[in-house]
Design a protein around this ligand. Sequence first.
Ligand SMILES: [Zn+2]
Ligand SMILES: [Zn+2]
Length: 66
Amino acid sequence: MKGKDLINSGKWANCYICEEIFKRKRETYRYCNICGEAFCEGEHGTFEGKKMGICVRCYSLDIKNK
Ligand SMILES: [Zn+2]
Ligand SMILES: [Zn+2]
């Protein structure tokens, strides 16, 4: 189950970057609107006001594509 699905069903999700790279669990209530994975706000993604959240991985891909 993706972070997005967990969060939308009212559950906390683990930041996928923390889990994948640092092998630690950090609960978050934010998810990326591009890949649908949960990320911890501030460190591994941004979430501005009513705008959609984006994780650092999609963010860097987005910049390369421009
Ligand atoms: Zn993280
Ligand atoms: Zn993403």
